[in-house]
Structure formats: structure tokens, C-alpha cells
Design a protein around this ligand. Structure first.
Ligand SMILES: C[S@@+](CC[C@H](N)C(=O)[O-])C[C@H]1O[C@@H](n2cnc3c(N)ncnc32)[C@H](O)[C@@H]1O
Length: 330
């Protein structure tokens, strides 16, 4: 790991114990790819962000869940001189997932991720003392929550550099050594050599062209008998069918297959999982996904037909969301 010593990242990415190397057996190919990606963060586009990150050095550490808000302990000296922190937080807009309170500053993200997390109630007992791999985990909200709920470790896997920085900023204050971020995607899971007790794959399925391939990648990150928590936008239909939007869905270009709940169950079964169970099935509300000060762009309200919010602007059924849990064969 000495190769990073001269990069700004050595100050905050590698000072924590590297869970991946501890818990997994990544291939040499993956480690090379990882080094290249991380070194790539030294680009000038991130120079200001990394400079601000370096200037923020809390002496207090720790975090709590305060009614769904992930909140760090307050470092009073930093709170009294918080210009750098505010500038950094603004540089990291848009904040898609949250809510957070970082050193007393509220970050009201586009998504109230605490609402989705609450839907995981029935799987919380499985998180205890477990290793978690949160594939496409965004800025790590669920990983930090899972460790507070007793998970032994959590790796948030996401290819977004901005989410890496959001994660690392919270982590600077939280100092949670068993929560880790991997700058990687679903396609890297097999070469990470990490077999988790629980894989979270939420909000990912419909963004990919090959839904069965997504389920295989999840399986590659699970130990035999491990639990997959699969969450997706779904359509309301009793048949085992998928909606394949002709072009955009709710203004998004990268939405491919939206399964019905029945089709989601069928997908899990045909991908070889067992004990498939639907634990949540509900519409997305305007209260859960919305424009905020920290995500000032268009959000769900603008994606729906103003005359009939049961439809998207393209005339498709408005999004609902389903969570399915299932087991990898032992
Ligand atoms: C709709 S968000 C879901 C975030 C979070 N899992 C949740 O449920 O709130 C999709 C996430 O997938 C990430 N992503 C994009 N490409 C990916 C890939 N190839 N593999 C895994 N995640 C990816 C994005 O950066 C983003 O954080």
C-alpha cells in the first residue's frame, strides 16, 4: 500500500484498516484496477475537494442514528470555524442519499434513505455480527446504519467518486473502522474475492441491461447460504413480466427492465436463489424523494405527470419499490 504514500488519499483512505484485504482474497487483476482508479482521483478536478478534506481534522469521533439522521459527534473547535466544512459540503452537491448531520450541519439529501432502511426491519436480525456488502451503496448511508445495528463489517461498493468523497467526509468524523468504501461496481464483485454474509443490492437491478447477470454478480459476493436483499423499482402487475421503456423512464435514460413484483421473485428463483420472500412493496412518495437545498435539481415531482401522479411524464406507471430477500444455495 506504500504506493499511495504520496497521494492525498493516503491521508484518509488508507489510514483505516483495509477490510477488503482483511476479509477477502482479491485477484491481482482487481488490485491493479483498484490502484489505477484510486490514483486517478489525484486529477485536478478533485484538487480543491481534497485540499479542503485535508484541512478538516476533527478531534472528536463517533456517530449515532438520531431518528434516521446519521449524526457525527460535534467537534466544538471546528463547529465555531466551519467555513471550510460548509464549502466542502457544497462542493460535494448533489447529496442524493441521507439524511446526515455532519458536525452539526444538516444535510437533507434528495432521498430519505432512512425510509428504505426502515423497510429492512425483518432482515435486521441477520445483520448482527455479519459481514455486509452493499453493492451500489451510494455514499454509504446503509453501511453506516448496518454497523450501528450490529453488523461486524460493511463494505459499500460504488463507482461514483463523489460518493467516495461524501463517504470519506462522514468517515473522517465517524471513525468507524469496520465501515469501508470500495470505488468499484457490480462487475468487480467476482474479482474482489469477498464472500459476505449479506449482500444488499438496492436500486441497481433496473439500471442494468442484464438482470440475471446482476443476480449472478450478487451471488459472487455472497458466501453459500448467505442472504441477498434485492430492492428494485417495480411495476404493478400480477403477471411475471417486465416493463422495458422505449426510451426514458421518469426522465432517466438508464432505466431498462422494471419487473413486476412477481417477475422479481421469478428472477431470483431462476438465478438459483432459494427461500425467496417479498418483504416490502410500496409506492415511492414525494416525501421520500424530492429536491432539497443539498440536491437542487429536478426530482420525483418533476418526473411524474402533473395531472396524474400515478404516471410518469412519459405515461408509464409511476415507480413503486419492492424488496425481496432470498438465500444463495448452501
Ligand atoms: C439508484 S442509486 C441506489 C443507491 C442505493 N443503493 C439506494 O438504494 O439508495 C444507484 C447507485 O448505483 C451506482 N452505480 C452506478 N454504476 C454501478 C455499477 N456498475 N455497479 C454498482 N453500482 C453502480 C450509482 O453510483 C448509484 O450510487
Amino acid at each position: 500500500m506504500d504506493i499511495f504514500i504520496n497521494t492525498f488519499l493516503s491521508e484518509f483512505v488508507f489510514k483505516r484498516k483495509d477490510l477488503l484485504l482483511d476479509l477477502g482474497a482479491p485477484t491481482a487483476e482487481y488490485l491493479t484496477k483498484r490502484i489505477n482508479k484510486i490514483q486517478d482521483l489525484d486529477r485536478s478536478v478533485w484538487a480543491h475537494v481534497s485540499d479542503l478534506m485535508r484541512r478538516i481534522n476533527p478531534t472528536e469521533s463517533g456517530y449515532v442514528n438520531n431518528n434516521g439522521v446519521l449524526e457525527t459527534l460535534v467537534d466544538q473547535a471546528l463547529a465555531e470555524k466551519s467555513e471550510d466544512l460548509i464549502e466542502l459540503l457544497k462542493n460535494l452537491i448533489p447529496w442524493r442519499k441521507g439524511p446526515w448531520r455532519i458536525n452539526g450541519i444538516d444535510i437533507d439529501a434528495e432521498w430519505r434513505s432512512n425510509i428504505k432502511y426502515q423497510e429492512l426491519n425483518t432482515v435486521l436480525p441477520y445483520l448482527k455480527n455479519s459481514s455486509i456488502l452493499d453493492i451500489g451503496g451510494g455514499n454509504g448511508y446503509y453501511s453506516f446504519r448496518a454497523v450501528l445495528d450490529g453488523a461486524a463489517s460493511a463494505i459499500c461498493l460504488d463507482p461514483s467518486e463523489k460518493f467516495l468523497y461524501q463517504f470519506e467526509l462522514f468517515q473522517k468524523f465517524a471513525c468507524a473502522p469496520s465501515v469501508h468504501f470500495e470505488l468499484a461496481g457490480l462487475e468487480d464483485v467476482a474479482s474482489m474475492g469477498f464472500e459476505a454474509d449479506v449482500v444488499l443490492c438496492m436500486g441497481i437491478l433496473y439500471h442494468h441491461r442484464d438482470p440475471l447477470g446482476v443476480l449472478s454478480s450478487c451471488s459472487a459476493g455472497l458466501k453459500p447460504g448467505g442472504l441477498l436483499v434485492l430492492e428494485s423499482m417495480t411495476i404493478d402487475d400480477d403477471r411475471s413480466i417486465c416493463l422495458f421503456p422505449e426510451d426514458r423512464y421518469a426522465m432517466a435514460r438508464n432505466v431498462y427492465f422494471l419487473p413486476s413484483t412477481t417477475a422479481m421473485v421469478s428472477l431470483c428463483k431462476r438465478a438459483g436463489y432459494q427461500d425467496v420472500d417479498v418483504i416490502s412493496d410500496r409506492p415511492t412518495t414525494l416525501d421520500e424523494q424530492r429536491t432539497t437545498e443539498w440536491m437542487p435539481f429536478k426530482s420525483l415531482k418533476e418526473f411524474l405527470d402533473p395531472d396524474d401522479i400515478k404516471k410518469t411524464v412519459e405515461g408509464y406507471p409511476a415507480p413503486k419499490r419492492t424488496i425481496v430477500v432470498c438465500k444463495k444455495r448452501g
